[in-house]
Write a protein of this length. Structure first.
Length: 278
């Protein structure tokens, strides 16, 4: 199992890095659209839809994202007149931020059932579409910027794992994800703050004062954990261990991007708001 996980991780990294650094912005948007389409197909599993309906959902979501990238190239950084902060873009990110910061904490506490109808479908769109848009827009400043943002989530996961393994005693959400602990969550926050401060020093990137920077890192880490818990809860309700098996040893796309779905739209929103203030 470990060997399979390592091989799959190396293959994914071997595909991600060249795509991230060498694809044009338009082609990157289409690649992410395809990736999110697979996530939509897996979301159909959480909705307990038939295989035909799941495939249709994945195709429609992928084509929808691709179509938007072709219709508004300026918004995704592929046009000649940049318009990254269009009103509809801000609306998408604000909806995502309210969803993750206000609705999901209550959802986790009450453990509402997702349902298989329109509400479940709309929830999936709120999870997936802002993620696609953020992953595309956050690459506009440069591939290295998006990679550094990925590293924030990776650092949270790594720090949570090792601190939880070493010090974990108090369960964070035993009815949702028994393996997660408060000690692991605190370790994730500390790890991300250290990473964020070091990167700020090394790069000289300081758009906001250090105290606000630290608060932003804490918020992003907390939302990352919330995204992880949310997908864990939905899988538990659906009676499945992984969202799919398209990534041997890792499960599915949703299993790999659960934290990204919650963090990337909020980071994109913070970036747009910071730019508008400055």
């Amino acid at each position: 199992m470990l060997r399979t996980r390592v091989i799959t991780a190396l293959v994914m990294l071997g595909l991600l890095l060249p795509s991230l650094f060498f694809l044009s912005q338009a082609h990157w948007a289409l690649l992410v659209a395809a990736f999110v389409g697979v996530g939509a197909w897996e979301w159909g599993t959480l909705l307990r839809w038939s295989e035909t309906a799941r495939r249709l959902l994945g195709i429609v979501v992928a084509l929808g994202c691709a179509g938007i990238s072709l219709m508004v190239p300026d918004t995704i950084g592929a046009g000649t007149s940049p318009n990254y902060g269009a009103p509809w873009v801000l609306a998408v990110y604000l909806i995502a931020a309210m969803f993750w910061c206000l609705i999901i904490p209550f959802w986790l506490r009450t453990r509402w059932a997702l349902g298989s109808g329109v509400a479940g479908l709309l929830t999936g769109l709120v999870v997936l579409f802002p993620t696609w848009l953020a992953l595309v827009q956050l690459r506009i400043p440069g591939p290295g910027v998006l990679l550094a943002l990925f590293a924030v989530v990776w650092m949270a996961d790594i720090a949570a794992y090792f601190s939880g393994k070493a010090f974990g005693k108090n369960k964070l959400a035993p009815n949702i994800s028994p393996g997660k602990t408060w000690e692991g969550a605190i370790g994730a926050v500390i790890g991300v703050i250290i990473y964020g401060v070091v990167m700020r020093i090394l790069t000289g990137f300081s758009p906001i004062p250090l105290p606000i920077w630290v608060v932003a890192l804490i918020v992003v880490t907390a939302v990352s954990i919330i995204g992880d818990l949310y997908e864990s809860m939905l899988k538990r309700q659906a009676g499945i261990k992984d969202s799919s098996n398209v990534l041997p040893g890792h499960g599915g796309v949703l299993d790999r991007i659960d934290s990204l779905t919650s963090t990337m739209p909020i980071i994109a929103l913070l970036c747009l708001l910071t730019q508008s203030v400055s």
